[in-house]
Design a protein around this ligand. Sequence first.
Ligand code: ZN
Length: 219
Amino acid sequence: MKLSLGSFLYEIVFNEKCPICNKKSYWKVSPFCEICWSSIKPLNLNLFIKEDFSNEFWKYVDSLSCFAAYDGILKEAINIFKYQKIKRIGKLLGKLLVDISPKELDILVPVPLHPKKLKTREFNQSAILAKEISNSLRIPLSLTILKKIKDNPPQVSLKASERKLNVKDVYSVSKDIKNLKIGLVDDVITTGATLAECAKVLKRAGAKEVHAITVAKTV
Ligand SMILES: [Zn+2]
């Protein structure tokens, strides 16, 4: 079948099916369709997150802002972003964080990947999220303050009880951050072990406050 230029372009722009409802998707939010994407709504998780994390977590993390539960379309979107490497979806997810982020931050720091992992994944998903907050709220972003110095097994592969030990001594701070209020950005929070460890390292290096910001929280 010969396509006209118009229908050829239409096929290019609308060639994907939404993984949620199977209808044709629109390029801006593809592979999702606009209806499914706009169904992503913030949930006020602050009501119950305090007791979901240990006292040690709250010793280093001054506040935690999560957009919604790691479920449904949001979970699908995070996975497509991370594992199918669709950066466009990551930018849209990052935009969701703008409204929930504390506004009085001095700097944004993404949870880093080990350089080896960064090479295979091609990008740090947390850095893409943090960049959107940085652009919208005009808060500087640093990709070099916090470094991952040990290539540990992924937290997803471990039981909750093993996660704290797995992240011990894997992060280091390379710059002067004395008295800074830091926004620490990650995609998903589960036990909080990674964020607590990063916050601990930042606080020990002199950070005044560490505010964790994530797209989702596992439920
Ligand atoms: Zn859809």
